[in-house]
Ligand binder design. Structure first.
Ligand code: NAP
Length: 261
């Protein structure tokens, strides 16, 4: 296997300012890709792009709110002008929130759907034309095991992640003829700022200490631990490789065995 299997590939990672997205951007660069890093916060993106530059790869830091179609169009046109498009699109940007369904705030519902589902739709649509033109592409979306199972208090988040799996599977079929694969990765709890916020919220609601909550979340996995962002990043790199061309329309769990379908 080549040491830099993604040499010459251009990638875009949304939600790259921290957590899983940051780890994916670094892993893609390590594998040889040039990487556009995007999110809403500018400073961490610029730091990350500089870091990737020091690794000897090209990088652009381009802020964008994926829920805003105008900003997504501007992002796509900036990338088109600079690099002519990307070969690998990683839809990672996402938000989490929870609430009892009784008195569920409509705003929370709309926010989850706008970022986690419609955001993936906007970004994928905007970056697809050059992939179709070159007859090669990889679209990888970071979904969740909440896209395959339901749980209390996460109706909106779970609905958004179930939706993104439907989008992934249908698009995979439609893009077969263009040699573009479309897959989703479904992590269990990952050790990121999103999970830290989750832990703080549960702790505030239940009176459990943050350490207790962290252990409770870890014990939900048969492996008794949180997944690391680097584990999700490694699978992303694999799916972007030439050798992964036979894998499409899949939703692959990285969850320590919690969900077995
Ligand atoms: P995180 O630490 O909160 O990072 C989320 C990233 O998304 C940040 O870079 C954030 O940057 C960006 N983002 C949020 N809203 C955005 C928007 N409207 N437009 C553009 N970027 C936006 O979360 P994470 O844990 O790394 O999660 C990454 C992905 O994995 C998400 O899709 C999440 O649902 C999924 N996931 C996470 C877990 C977990 O346990 N952590 C489990 C399964 C799936 P800005 O705030 O700067 O925009």
């Amino acid at each position: 296997m080549s040491e830099r299997p993604l040499n010459g590939r251009r990638a875009l990672v949304t939600g790259a300012s921290r957590g899983i997205g940051r780890a994916i951007a670094l892993a893609l660069a390590e594998a040889g890709a040039d990487v556009v890093v995007s999110a809403r916060s500018v400073a961490p993106l610029e730091e990350l792009a500089a870091h990737i530059g020091r690794m000897g790869r090209k990088s652009l830091a381009l802020p964008c709110d994926v829920a805003d179609p105008r900003q997504v169009a501007e992002l796509a046109s900036a990338v088109m002008d600079a690099w002519g498009g990307v070969d690998v699109l990683v839809n990672n940007a996402g938000v989490a929130g929870s609430h009892k369904f009784l008195n569920h705030p409509d705003e929370l519902w709309h926010q989850m759907l706008a970022v986690n589902l419609t955001g993936v739709y906007y970004v994928t649509k905007a970056f697809l034309p050059p992939m179709v033109a070159q007859k090669w592409g990889r679209i990888i979306t970071i979904a969740s095991i909440a896209g395959k199972t339901g749980a209390r208090y996460i109706a909106a988040y779970s609905a958004s992640k179930h939706g993104v799996l439907g989008l992934t599977r249908s698009l995979a079929m439609e893009l077969v003829e263009h040699h573009i694969t479309v897959n989703a990765i479904c992590p269990g709890y990952v050790d990121t700022p999103m999970t830290d916020t989750n832990i703080a919220n549960i702790s505030a609601r239940t009176g459990m200490s943050p350490e207790e909550v962290r252990h409770t979340l870890a014990r939900m996995s048969p492996q008794g631990r949180l997944i690391t962002p680097e584990e999700v990043a490694a699978l992303t790199v694999y799916l972007a490789r030439e050798e992964a061309r036979g894998i499409t329309g899949q939703a692959i769990n990285v969850d320590g065995g919690t969900v077995q379908w």
